[in-house]
Design a protein around this ligand. Structure first.
Ligand code: URA
Length: 251
């Protein structure tokens, strides 16, 4: 077991390394005046996956970024997993940079893929109205997904897609530093908590994710399918609101 001071030295070395990598990437992919020379010999290799135009980085750094805006700009050309080439728009996340609560769904659906914003379809409208019922506004919280790109036909995220995309969520949470996290639905909760437990076992318990309290509630799409679940979902949000007001589980 390394000594705590060795651990913090290691952590700052890793942070410095990633900082350098981000600066390098910014220079390479975002400086419009930077002239890239063709490789020596002049032969350009054809890649199996065509990279997006305008210098978007297909393998962006996971961390660190100075802001959510800088991060979104840097990672929106990501082609790390098989979903990259199939998406219409990268769905980074939306909301307040001062949000105390971050809601995390599983992955963008068709409407989100078209518009580049999470929870903007029918499920999103229901989420907005559920927030309004507890006097919260969508603009005051932050909303994102475990995956930033839509899986074909809205299938569940694959474990390798979660592995490749989740570090982006980690960095978003590092920048936002919220007080609470909320998993919207079983898939999000199971992916983040590395469990196969059913939703009924995951609701009503304060979990931990990235050292933050994580609350689990129904996915709004499940509520659209079964309106009988609405009172329980409303109660979940009220309980969350009370825990926040009581200052429970302060990080
Ligand atoms: N479902 C999700 O999990 N996320 C969205 O953004 C939309 C629907």
């Amino acid at each position: 077991m390394p000594h705590p001071s060795d651990q913090s030295t290691l952590r700052s070395k890793v942070a410095a390394y990633f900082q350098l990598l981000s600066e390098y990437e910014r220079e390479l992919y975002h400086d419009p005046d930077l002239k890239r020379e063709p490789p020596a010999g002049g032969k350009v290799l054809k890649s199996a996956v065509s990279t997006p135009a305008k210098g978007l980085n297909p393998y962006p750094s996971y961390a660190p970024y100075d802001s959510l805006t800088a991060m979104n700009e840097s990672i929106s050309g990501c082609l790390r997993c098989g979903l990259g080439p199939t998406r219409t728009k990268f769905v980074f996340g939306t909301g307040s940079k001062n949000a105390r609560v971050v809601f995390i769904g599983e992955a963008p659906g068709a409407e989100e893929d078209r518009r580049g914003e999470p929870f903007v379809g029918r499920a999103g409208e229901l989420l907005n109205s559920m927030l309004r019922e507890i006097d919260w506004r969508r603009e005051d919280v932050y909303i994102c997904n475990v995956l930033k790109c839509r899986p074909p036909n809205n299938r569940d995220p694959l474990p390798e897609e979660v592995t490749l995309c989740e570090p982006y969520l980690h960095e978003q949470l590092r920048i936002l530093d919220p007080e609470w996290l909320v998993s919207l639905g079983r898939i999000s909760a199971q992916a983040l908590l590395r469990t196969t437990a059913p939703l009924k076992a995951l609701r009503g318990v304060v979990h931990r994710y990235r050292e933050k309290p994580l609350w689990v509630t129904y996915h709004p799409a499940a509520l659209l399918r079964n309106q009988n679940l609405m009172p329980d979902a409303h109660q979940d949000l009220l309980t969350l609101q009370r825990m926040i007001a009581a200052g429970a589980y302060q990080p």
